[in-house]
Design a protein around this ligand. Sequence first.
Ligand code: NAP
Ligand code: ZN
Length: 353
Amino acid sequence: MSNAKAYSAASATAKLASTTIPRRAPTPRDVAIEILYCGVCHSDLHTVRDEWHSVMPTTYPCVPGHEIVGRVVQVGSAVTGHKAGDLVGVGCLVDSDQSCPSCQANVEQFCPGATFTYNSPDQHGTAPVTYGGYSESIVVDEHFVLTVPKNLELAGVAPLLCAGITTWSPMRRWGELKGKKVGVVGLGGLGHMGVKFARAFGAHVAVFTTSPGKKADALRLGADEVILSTKPEEMQKHAGSFDFILDTIAADHDINAYLQMLGLDGNLTLVGAPEKPLPVLSFALLSGRKSLSGSLIGGIKETQEMLDFCGKHNITSDVEVIPIQQINQAYERLLKSDVKYRFSIDMASLKAE
Ligand code: NAP
Ligand code: ZN
């Protein structure tokens, strides 16, 4: 065991603060990683503030962070896929049983033994729960360690590990998006990656936003049109016209307004995970035979495919790089939808603690 510098929250109302956490000594299957950047996902904020209490109560202290990019410092004797010096990524998963039907189908996120990168019971007993990437280092089973393309800027790669795969996976599963009308609801961390991928897949992309100030950025990021969801007349123009809509909103909202944007057999996939239930009008689904579904991150194999695609097409997240000391202000800005378009923590800043 060794100690690592980190930032943690002591309770749902406490600010994140500097701390020290244990990291296990690498087992034969493990990769020890020095963390260079960690993205700030809205899920970090939901978890720190225990907003998902009814589904996944938070155990404190909580060290969030599941958009990790770093350099391998040491590997266990049985590790074949990575070596010291390699650039690697770790997303939302760090363990699973690797034998159940979900693991065999490469959807480890649905394994009954799936261990998330933070706030999951720690299979190795290092601490009561796993501690995430707001830290100088992490030790991870090699199956959950991704290879990062060498040509990409690392601060912008980190968010691919969650925001990237979470938007990639449902769009890939939907099928051929070329020429289809795709809506992305909410231009934040997930939303801006959704726009980039939908564009790369050849879709006609529309962004639904509540922020008039994001219009120009949405177009620059690859949208063909931008709809201000607060303006009923703008919404009305697009009613019944979408094939697929990805809803990334982190807060309470009227989902029926977006279901009404779908055409015949259209699908709305929820990836946003607001604290409160979203009431659905049955007629918003019945007329037009529409479907509503959800999607949770992605498996390790498809995460690697997404990273390789990003390397080939030079896709990264648009980031604001911050020192860890600004994390509490960053959370306040996330709540105001004021991030362009992902905070990425430069973990070198932790050395000052
Ligand atoms: P984010 O960066 O805060 O972006 C959310 C965006 O939603 C905001 O930028 C804003 O976009 C819009 N929004 C916020 N409040 C709104 C409101 N009251 N009404 C309408 N729109 C609103 O968050 P994120 O990191 O992308 O995460 C988004 C959600 O996805 C979170 O709930 C997160 O926990 C969840 N998530 C799910 C998965 C999964 O596997 N399913 C993975 C990661 C994250 P505009 O300014 O454009 O309106
Ligand atoms: Zn996330």
